[in-house]
Design a protein around this ligand. Structure first.
Ligand SMILES: *[C@@H]1O[C@H](CO)[C@@H](O)[C@H](O)[C@H]1NC(C)=O
Ligand SMILES: *[C@@H]1O[C@H](CO)[C@@H](O)[C@H](O)[C@H]1NC(C)=O
Length: 369
Protein backbone atom coordinates (compact mmCIF):
# COMPACT_ATOMS: atom_id res chain seq x y z
CA UNK A 1 0.00 0.00 0.00
CA UNK A 2 1.11 3.54 -0.71
CA UNK A 3 0.86 4.37 2.99
CA UNK A 4 3.31 1.83 4.29
CA UNK A 5 5.83 2.31 1.49
CA UNK A 6 5.62 6.09 2.03
CA UNK A 7 6.16 5.63 5.72
CA UNK A 8 9.07 3.29 5.21
CA UNK A 9 10.91 5.52 2.77
CA UNK A 10 10.37 8.49 5.04
CA UNK A 11 11.73 6.60 8.04
CA UNK A 12 14.81 5.73 5.97
CA UNK A 13 15.19 9.39 5.08
CA UNK A 14 14.85 10.35 8.73
CA UNK A 15 17.31 7.69 9.83
CA UNK A 16 19.88 9.06 7.38
CA UNK A 17 19.15 12.60 8.54
CA UNK A 18 19.51 11.53 12.16
CA UNK A 19 22.98 10.22 11.37
CA UNK A 20 23.77 13.72 10.19
CA UNK A 21 25.18 12.50 6.88
CA UNK A 22 23.27 14.99 4.82
CA UNK A 23 22.00 18.44 5.61
CA UNK A 24 18.23 18.22 6.07
CA UNK A 25 16.44 18.58 2.79
CA UNK A 26 13.07 17.78 1.34
CA UNK A 27 12.93 14.85 -1.03
CA UNK A 28 12.44 16.30 -4.48
CA UNK A 29 9.30 14.28 -5.16
CA UNK A 30 7.82 14.80 -1.71
CA UNK A 31 5.35 17.64 -1.47
CA UNK A 32 4.50 19.15 1.86
CA UNK A 33 0.82 19.29 2.83
CA UNK A 34 -0.89 21.99 4.87
CA UNK A 35 -4.42 21.84 6.22
CA UNK A 36 -6.62 24.70 7.42
CA UNK A 37 -10.23 24.73 8.51
CA UNK A 38 -12.78 23.19 10.85
CA UNK A 39 -13.73 19.84 12.42
CA UNK A 40 -14.00 18.10 9.05
CA UNK A 41 -10.22 18.38 8.80
CA UNK A 42 -8.98 18.92 12.39
CA UNK A 43 -6.59 16.07 13.21
CA UNK A 44 -6.34 16.89 16.90
CA UNK A 45 -5.39 20.53 17.49
CA UNK A 46 -8.38 21.00 19.79
CA UNK A 47 -7.00 18.28 22.10
CA UNK A 48 -4.51 20.92 23.21
CA UNK A 49 -7.11 23.62 23.87
CA UNK A 50 -9.61 24.37 26.61
CA UNK A 51 -12.72 23.89 24.50
CA UNK A 52 -15.74 21.60 24.37
CA UNK A 53 -15.26 21.09 20.59
CA UNK A 54 -13.18 17.96 20.79
CA UNK A 55 -13.12 14.33 19.74
CA UNK A 56 -10.73 12.93 22.30
CA UNK A 57 -12.90 10.28 23.96
CA UNK A 58 -14.10 6.84 22.79
CA UNK A 59 -15.71 5.75 20.57
CA UNK A 60 -13.99 8.36 18.33
CA UNK A 61 -11.05 6.65 16.65
CA UNK A 62 -12.50 3.15 17.10
CA UNK A 63 -11.38 2.16 13.58
CA UNK A 64 -8.14 4.15 13.58
CA UNK A 65 -5.04 1.89 13.50
CA UNK A 66 -4.48 2.83 17.17
CA UNK A 67 -8.17 2.13 17.99
CA UNK A 68 -7.94 5.21 20.17
CA UNK A 69 -9.46 8.67 19.93
CA UNK A 70 -7.06 10.98 18.13
CA UNK A 71 -8.98 14.24 18.04
CA UNK A 72 -10.25 13.45 14.54
CA UNK A 73 -14.04 13.74 14.19
CA UNK A 74 -14.19 10.31 12.58
CA UNK A 75 -14.29 6.64 13.46
CA UNK A 76 -10.91 6.35 11.76
CA UNK A 77 -9.13 8.42 9.14
CA UNK A 78 -10.31 11.85 8.06
CA UNK A 79 -10.03 13.53 4.66
CA UNK A 80 -6.52 14.99 5.23
CA UNK A 81 -5.18 11.56 6.26
CA UNK A 82 -6.54 9.98 3.09
CA UNK A 83 -5.08 12.78 0.94
CA UNK A 84 -1.67 12.33 2.65
CA UNK A 85 -1.81 8.63 1.79
CA UNK A 86 -2.53 9.44 -1.85
CA UNK A 87 0.53 11.71 -1.79
CA UNK A 88 2.62 8.89 -0.32
CA UNK A 89 3.17 10.86 2.88
CA UNK A 90 2.64 10.36 6.59
CA UNK A 91 -0.43 12.14 7.98
CA UNK A 92 0.42 15.74 8.85
CA UNK A 93 0.53 16.30 12.59
CA UNK A 94 -1.60 18.90 14.37
CA UNK A 95 0.39 22.12 14.59
CA UNK A 96 -0.16 22.22 18.37
CA UNK A 97 1.23 18.71 18.86
CA UNK A 98 4.53 18.70 20.76
CA UNK A 99 5.62 15.90 18.40
CA UNK A 100 5.67 18.29 15.46
CA UNK A 101 9.27 19.44 15.46
CA UNK A 102 12.58 18.96 13.66
CA UNK A 103 12.39 17.09 10.35
CA UNK A 104 8.72 16.25 10.87
CA UNK A 105 7.96 19.87 10.09
CA UNK A 106 9.03 19.23 6.50
CA UNK A 107 6.04 16.92 5.90
CA UNK A 108 3.71 19.85 6.56
CA UNK A 109 1.26 20.68 9.31
CA UNK A 110 -2.41 20.66 10.14
CA UNK A 111 -3.67 23.98 11.54
CA UNK A 112 -7.40 23.14 11.55
CA UNK A 113 -9.53 23.61 14.63
CA UNK A 114 -13.02 22.21 15.17
CA UNK A 115 -15.80 24.77 15.52
CA UNK A 116 -14.27 27.64 13.55
CA UNK A 117 -15.66 29.40 10.52
CA UNK A 118 -14.94 32.14 8.03
CA UNK A 119 -16.18 34.71 10.53
CA UNK A 120 -14.52 35.38 13.87
CA UNK A 121 -17.89 35.21 15.62
CA UNK A 122 -18.60 31.68 14.37
CA UNK A 123 -18.23 29.06 17.10
CA UNK A 124 -17.97 31.62 19.93
CA UNK A 125 -19.68 29.03 22.15
CA UNK A 126 -16.54 26.86 21.89
CA UNK A 127 -14.46 29.68 23.42
CA UNK A 128 -10.80 28.71 22.89
CA UNK A 129 -10.51 27.50 19.32
CA UNK A 130 -7.97 28.50 16.70
CA UNK A 131 -9.84 30.89 14.43
CA UNK A 132 -8.66 31.36 10.88
CA UNK A 133 -6.58 34.53 11.45
CA UNK A 134 -4.62 32.61 14.11
CA UNK A 135 -4.32 29.51 11.88
CA UNK A 136 -2.68 31.76 9.27
CA UNK A 137 -0.49 33.38 11.93
CA UNK A 138 0.66 29.89 12.97
CA UNK A 139 1.44 29.15 9.31
CA UNK A 140 3.73 32.18 9.31
CA UNK A 141 5.32 31.00 12.57
CA UNK A 142 5.72 27.52 11.05
CA UNK A 143 7.65 29.02 8.15
CA UNK A 144 9.99 30.80 10.57
CA UNK A 145 10.65 27.50 12.35
CA UNK A 146 11.33 25.71 9.07
CA UNK A 147 13.60 28.56 7.95
CA UNK A 148 15.75 27.98 11.02
CA UNK A 149 16.05 24.36 9.87
CA UNK A 150 16.63 24.58 6.10
CA UNK A 151 17.03 28.30 5.36
CA UNK A 152 14.64 30.87 3.96
CA UNK A 153 15.02 30.03 0.25
CA UNK A 154 14.29 26.32 0.69
CA UNK A 155 11.41 27.12 3.00
CA UNK A 156 9.85 29.35 0.38
CA UNK A 157 10.27 26.55 -2.16
CA UNK A 158 8.72 24.01 0.23
CA UNK A 159 5.69 26.25 0.80
CA UNK A 160 5.28 27.19 -2.88
CA UNK A 161 5.40 23.50 -3.89
CA UNK A 162 3.05 22.32 -1.18
CA UNK A 163 -0.52 21.17 -1.47
CA UNK A 164 -2.97 23.02 0.78
CA UNK A 165 -6.45 21.95 1.88
CA UNK A 166 -8.95 24.54 3.12
CA UNK A 167 -12.29 23.39 4.56
CA UNK A 168 -14.37 26.21 5.92
CA UNK A 169 -17.87 27.63 5.81
CA UNK A 170 -20.32 25.03 7.16
CA UNK A 171 -20.04 26.39 10.69
CA UNK A 172 -20.86 29.91 9.54
CA UNK A 173 -24.35 28.54 8.98
CA UNK A 174 -24.70 25.78 11.58
CA UNK A 175 -22.74 27.40 14.42
CA UNK A 176 -23.61 31.00 13.67
CA UNK A 177 -26.50 32.09 11.44
CA UNK A 178 -28.81 29.15 12.25
CA UNK A 179 -27.41 28.26 15.69
CA UNK A 180 -30.31 29.88 17.52
CA UNK A 181 -33.51 31.42 16.22
CA UNK A 182 -33.00 35.16 15.69
CA UNK A 183 -29.21 34.90 15.94
CA UNK A 184 -27.34 38.22 15.71
CA UNK A 185 -26.22 37.51 12.14
CA UNK A 186 -29.71 36.47 11.02
CA UNK A 187 -31.11 39.72 12.38
CA UNK A 188 -28.34 41.62 10.59
CA UNK A 189 -28.58 39.84 7.22
CA UNK A 190 -31.13 37.95 5.16
CA UNK A 191 -29.60 34.65 4.00
CA UNK A 192 -29.37 36.10 0.47
CA UNK A 193 -27.15 38.90 1.84
CA UNK A 194 -25.27 36.79 4.39
CA UNK A 195 -23.84 34.43 1.76
CA UNK A 196 -22.12 37.15 -0.33
CA UNK A 197 -20.87 38.69 2.93
CA UNK A 198 -19.13 35.50 4.11
CA UNK A 199 -17.86 34.80 0.58
CA UNK A 200 -16.22 38.26 0.50
CA UNK A 201 -14.62 37.55 3.90
CA UNK A 202 -13.47 34.14 2.63
CA UNK A 203 -11.87 35.82 -0.38
CA UNK A 204 -9.68 37.91 1.94
CA UNK A 205 -8.62 34.78 3.83
CA UNK A 206 -7.62 33.00 0.61
CA UNK A 207 -5.66 36.02 -0.61
CA UNK A 208 -3.81 36.08 2.71
CA UNK A 209 -3.02 32.37 2.26
CA UNK A 210 -1.65 33.18 -1.20
CA UNK A 211 0.41 36.02 0.30
CA UNK A 212 1.88 33.49 2.72
CA UNK A 213 3.12 31.41 -0.22
CA UNK A 214 0.37 28.86 -0.93
CA UNK A 215 0.19 28.07 -4.66
CA UNK A 216 -2.06 25.00 -4.90
CA UNK A 217 -5.08 25.13 -2.63
CA UNK A 218 -8.00 22.68 -2.58
CA UNK A 219 -11.05 24.55 -1.35
CA UNK A 220 -14.03 22.41 -0.38
CA UNK A 221 -17.61 23.64 -0.56
CA UNK A 222 -20.14 22.76 2.09
CA UNK A 223 -21.92 19.43 2.01
CA UNK A 224 -25.73 19.22 1.97
CA UNK A 225 -25.96 20.98 5.35
CA UNK A 226 -29.67 20.30 5.82
CA UNK A 227 -29.32 16.53 5.39
CA UNK A 228 -26.91 15.71 8.22
CA UNK A 229 -28.40 13.57 11.04
CA UNK A 230 -28.32 16.51 13.47
CA UNK A 231 -30.54 18.61 11.19
CA UNK A 232 -32.83 15.67 10.35
CA UNK A 233 -33.31 15.09 14.08
CA UNK A 234 -34.30 18.72 14.61
CA UNK A 235 -36.31 19.48 11.49
CA UNK A 236 -37.34 16.33 9.63
CA UNK A 237 -40.55 14.33 9.99
CA UNK A 238 -40.06 11.84 7.18
CA UNK A 239 -36.35 12.03 6.47
CA UNK A 240 -36.56 15.04 4.18
CA UNK A 241 -33.65 17.47 4.45
CA UNK A 242 -34.00 20.75 6.37
CA UNK A 243 -35.02 23.36 3.81
CA UNK A 244 -33.34 26.48 5.26
CA UNK A 245 -29.89 24.90 5.45
CA UNK A 246 -30.28 23.29 2.04
CA UNK A 247 -31.12 26.68 0.65
CA UNK A 248 -28.05 28.16 2.35
CA UNK A 249 -25.80 25.47 0.84
CA UNK A 250 -27.28 25.95 -2.62
CA UNK A 251 -26.67 29.72 -2.41
CA UNK A 252 -23.18 29.31 -0.98
CA UNK A 253 -21.55 26.69 -3.20
CA UNK A 254 -22.01 28.38 -6.61
CA UNK A 255 -20.89 31.73 -5.16
CA UNK A 256 -17.80 30.05 -3.73
CA UNK A 257 -17.06 28.59 -7.17
CA UNK A 258 -17.43 31.98 -8.81
CA UNK A 259 -15.20 33.62 -6.19
CA UNK A 260 -12.46 31.00 -6.73
CA UNK A 261 -12.59 31.54 -10.50
CA UNK A 262 -12.34 35.30 -10.11
CA UNK A 263 -9.41 34.93 -7.71
CA UNK A 264 -7.61 32.64 -10.17
CA UNK A 265 -8.24 35.15 -12.96
CA UNK A 266 -6.88 37.94 -10.81
CA UNK A 267 -3.78 35.90 -9.89
CA UNK A 268 -3.36 34.66 -13.44
CA UNK A 269 -2.93 31.06 -12.25
CA UNK A 270 -4.98 28.08 -11.11
CA UNK A 271 -4.07 28.54 -7.45
CA UNK A 272 -7.49 27.64 -6.07
CA UNK A 273 -9.18 24.36 -6.93
CA UNK A 274 -12.85 24.02 -6.00
CA UNK A 275 -13.98 20.63 -4.66
CA UNK A 276 -17.72 20.14 -5.09
CA UNK A 277 -18.26 18.31 -1.82
CA UNK A 278 -22.01 18.89 -2.03
CA UNK A 279 -22.21 16.81 -5.20
CA UNK A 280 -19.88 14.18 -3.71
CA UNK A 281 -22.17 13.85 -0.68
CA UNK A 282 -25.31 13.95 -2.81
CA UNK A 283 -24.10 10.93 -4.75
CA UNK A 284 -24.05 8.62 -1.78
CA UNK A 285 -26.95 10.32 0.01
CA UNK A 286 -29.30 9.89 -2.93
CA UNK A 287 -28.24 6.29 -3.53
CA UNK A 288 -26.58 4.95 -0.36
CA UNK A 289 -26.84 1.28 -1.41
CA UNK A 290 -24.76 1.91 -4.54
CA UNK A 291 -21.90 2.90 -2.23
CA UNK A 292 -22.38 0.05 0.21
CA UNK A 293 -24.21 2.06 2.88
CA UNK A 294 -27.36 0.85 4.64
CA UNK A 295 -28.23 4.47 5.48
CA UNK A 296 -27.10 8.01 4.75
CA UNK A 297 -29.53 9.50 7.26
CA UNK A 298 -28.86 7.76 10.57
CA UNK A 299 -25.53 8.42 12.28
CA UNK A 300 -23.55 5.42 13.47
CA UNK A 301 -22.89 7.01 16.86
CA UNK A 302 -25.42 9.15 18.74
CA UNK A 303 -28.90 9.09 20.25
CA UNK A 304 -32.42 10.24 19.52
CA UNK A 305 -33.99 10.41 16.06
CA UNK A 306 -31.42 9.56 13.36
CA UNK A 307 -28.89 9.30 16.23
CA UNK A 308 -28.71 13.03 15.58
CA UNK A 309 -29.20 14.53 19.05
CA UNK A 310 -26.29 15.53 21.28
CA UNK A 311 -22.74 14.26 21.06
CA UNK A 312 -21.25 10.89 20.24
CA UNK A 313 -20.01 9.50 23.56
CA UNK A 314 -19.31 6.17 25.22
CA UNK A 315 -23.00 6.16 26.29
CA UNK A 316 -24.36 6.59 22.73
CA UNK A 317 -25.81 4.00 20.38
CA UNK A 318 -22.93 2.67 18.31
CA UNK A 319 -23.33 0.71 15.09
CA UNK A 320 -21.31 -2.50 14.83
CA UNK A 321 -20.05 -1.88 11.28
CA UNK A 322 -19.04 1.72 10.58
CA UNK A 323 -18.49 1.05 6.87
CA UNK A 324 -22.27 0.67 6.43
CA UNK A 325 -22.96 4.26 7.56
CA UNK A 326 -22.34 7.44 5.59
CA UNK A 327 -22.37 9.45 8.83
CA UNK A 328 -20.21 8.59 11.79
CA UNK A 329 -21.74 11.14 14.17
CA UNK A 330 -24.48 13.77 13.87
CA UNK A 331 -22.33 16.02 11.65
CA UNK A 332 -19.29 14.15 10.34
CA UNK A 333 -18.89 11.53 7.61
CA UNK A 334 -17.59 8.07 8.41
CA UNK A 335 -14.13 7.04 7.26
CA UNK A 336 -15.81 5.08 4.47
CA UNK A 337 -17.62 8.21 3.25
CA UNK A 338 -14.36 10.18 3.54
CA UNK A 339 -12.74 7.60 1.25
CA UNK A 340 -15.47 8.10 -1.37
CA UNK A 341 -14.98 11.88 -1.14
CA UNK A 342 -11.20 11.60 -1.50
CA UNK A 343 -11.60 9.24 -4.48
CA UNK A 344 -13.59 11.99 -6.18
CA UNK A 345 -11.08 14.66 -5.17
CA UNK A 346 -8.40 12.46 -6.70
CA UNK A 347 -9.99 11.45 -9.99
CA UNK A 348 -13.29 13.29 -10.31
CA UNK A 349 -14.40 15.04 -13.48
CA UNK A 350 -14.72 18.84 -13.65
CA UNK A 351 -18.23 18.48 -12.25
CA UNK A 352 -16.51 17.52 -8.97
CA UNK A 353 -13.12 19.23 -9.21
CA UNK A 354 -12.70 22.62 -10.86
CA UNK A 355 -10.58 23.21 -12.88
CA UNK A 356 -8.74 19.91 -12.29
CA UNK A 357 -8.57 16.91 -10.01
CA UNK A 358 -5.85 16.08 -7.52
CA UNK A 359 -4.23 13.36 -9.60
CA UNK A 360 -3.72 15.94 -12.35
CA UNK A 361 -2.30 18.42 -9.81
CA UNK A 362 0.11 15.87 -8.37
CA UNK A 363 1.30 15.00 -11.89
CA UNK A 364 2.08 18.64 -12.62
CA UNK A 365 5.65 19.68 -12.27
CA UNK A 366 5.45 22.02 -9.32
CA UNK A 367 7.74 24.49 -11.16
CA UNK A 368 4.77 25.04 -13.46
CA UNK A 369 2.28 25.82 -10.69
C1 LIG B 1 -11.07 38.71 12.73
O1 LIG B 1 -10.07 38.88 13.72
C2 LIG B 1 -8.82 39.33 13.23
C3 LIG B 1 -7.86 39.45 14.38
O2 LIG B 1 -7.88 38.36 15.18
C4 LIG B 1 -8.96 40.65 12.52
O3 LIG B 1 -7.72 41.02 11.96
C5 LIG B 1 -10.00 40.54 11.44
O4 LIG B 1 -10.21 41.81 10.86
C6 LIG B 1 -11.31 40.03 12.00
N1 LIG B 1 -12.24 39.81 10.91
C7 LIG B 1 -13.40 40.45 10.84
C8 LIG B 1 -14.24 40.18 9.66
O5 LIG B 1 -13.79 41.19 11.69
C1 LIG C 1 -9.06 13.26 -13.39
O1 LIG C 1 -8.25 12.17 -13.19
C2 LIG C 1 -8.27 11.16 -14.17
C3 LIG C 1 -7.24 10.09 -13.87
O2 LIG C 1 -7.09 9.82 -12.59
C4 LIG C 1 -8.03 11.67 -15.55
O3 LIG C 1 -8.14 10.64 -16.47
C5 LIG C 1 -9.01 12.75 -15.83
O4 LIG C 1 -8.75 13.30 -17.08
C6 LIG C 1 -8.98 13.81 -14.77
N1 LIG C 1 -10.03 14.73 -15.03
C7 LIG C 1 -9.84 16.02 -15.07
C8 LIG C 1 -11.02 16.85 -15.42
O5 LIG C 1 -8.78 16.55 -14.86
Amino acid sequence: MAVSSGTTSLSVVFAILALGIFAPRVKADQRAFFVFGDSLVDSGNNNYLATTARADAPPYGIDHPTHRPTGRFSNGYNIPDLISMRMGSEPTLPYLSPELNGKKLLIGANFASAGIGILNDTGIQFVNIVRIPLQLEYFKQYQQRVSALIGAAKTKQLVNNALVLMTLGGNDFVNNYYLIPLSARSRQYSIEDYVPFIISEYRKILLRLHDLGARKVLVTGTGPLGCVPSELAQHSRNGECATELQKAASLYNPQLDAMLSSLNDELGSHVFIGANTKQMHNDFMSNPAAYGFVTAKIACCGQGPYNGIGLCTAMSNLCPNRDLYAFWDAFHPSEKANRIIVDQIMTGSTEYMKPMNLSTILDLDSNNW
